[in-house]
Design a protein around this ligand. Structure first.
Ligand code: NAP
Length: 296
């Protein structure tokens, strides 16, 4: 086993992502002690009982001062208030990182709250997860063979970036660097937009007069398409609010695409409909082949 790279990790928000990070690092012997801090005591006690954390922090500032790395695993809407709580404890050797699904919002919050300590903040986003949430869903293998996107500002300390890349490598993940604006634009299309579509489709059907019969007769395709509508509404509310500009642009373009498809359907243009479906199937097939090639 490789030697530990962190003596004291503080996880703020011990849920699916923060808890999985702690478990993955423990699995690899990469961390000495994991301390948890969060909102509800009950969650932290559950995390300790599950062996996800070793200690519960009663005083967050003291816990930050004792940590060499702090991971923020809270919804993106809570990042600023959490940074305000922990900021006084951040010393010159502390690295702060996060796992938020949007990056421009957390970076702006960190810049505003941390001031001269901002270069110690390394923004990150693990491209792994699940529709499940909470510490009971945390898994040591969640990040195995997955990517983590790091979106550091040019002001960020190179040493802090290296340390964060190292901890993700010890979790079985590979890190890539991306500009934060590009991250939010691209993830807006491939992650945030699909979540909005899944949530709104289920809500639309649930409110309809045939809801009971629709759900009774729903087949595999409906479950496949709507799996992510089982995700945490607060987390996704925050993502939608934080990435509103990109999501708004993506929705506007997609509404135009749906309007065009409606026209094809209304006009009975079967060949044109088939062409759209065939193009989508081809693109998806290439994507699946590419992914298989990456993991084999
Ligand atoms: P989660 O399982 O719901 O865990 C969130 C944790 O944050 C909980 O322990 C919660 O504490 C705590 N928390 C919530 N609000 C807080 C506040 N105001 N102050 C302090 N603690 C607070 O969520 P998650 O799925 O791990 O997501 C965590 C982050 O990772 C989010 O930023 C999300 O965007 C990002 N992310 C999620 C996924 C995914 O698939 N789920 C994937 C990649 C990135 P309580 O238990 O006390 O409520």
């Amino acid at each position: 086993m490789n030697p530990p790279v962190i003596d004291n990790l503080l996880v703020v928000g011990v849920g699916l992502i923060g808890g999985s990070l702690a478990l993955a690092l423990k699995r690899d012997g990469a961390v000495g002690c994991v301390t948890g801090f969060g909102r509800r005591r009950e969650t932290l006690e559950q995390a300790r009982a599950l062996g996800v954390i070793d200690r519960i922090a009663d005083d967050p500032v003291a816990a930050v001062a004792a940590a060499d790395m702090v991971f923020l695993g809270v919804p993106v809407g809570a990042m600023k208030s959490v940074l305000q709580i922990i900021a006084p404890g951040i010393g010159p050797g502390t690295v702060v990182t996060d796992g938020g699904s949007t990056k421009c919002g957390p970076i702006a919050a960190a810049r505003e709250v941390l001031g001269e300590k901002f270069p110690r903040f390394v923004p990150g986003h693990p491209i792994a997860g699940s529709e499940r949430s909470g510490v009971a869903a945390a898994r040591a293998d969640l990040f195995d063979d997955h990517r983590v996107l790091l979106t550091p500002d040019p002001d960020c300390d190179a040493d802090a970036i290296d340390r964060v890349a190292t901890i993700w490598a010890r979790c079985g993940a590979r890190t890539d660097r991306l500009d934060a604006e590009a991250h939010d634009r691209v993830l807006g299309l491939t992650s945030h937009l699909p979540h909005v579509l899944a949530f709104t489709l289920v809500d639309f059907i649930a409110r309809g007069k045939d809801a009971a019969q629709c759900f009774e007769l729903a087949a595999g395709g409906f479950f496949d398409f709507t799996r992510i509508a089982g995700s945490d509404p607060v987390m996704w509310r925050d993502v939608a609010s934080d990435n509103a500009r990109n999501l708004g642009d993506a929705l506007a373009e997609y509404i135009d695409v749906l309007q065009s498809m409606k026209t094809l359907i209304d006009q009975g243009r079967a060949d044109d409909i088939e062409q759209v479906f065939a193009n989508a199937r081809r693109a998806r097939g290439l994507l699946v082949d590419h992914r298989r090639g990456q993991t084999s």
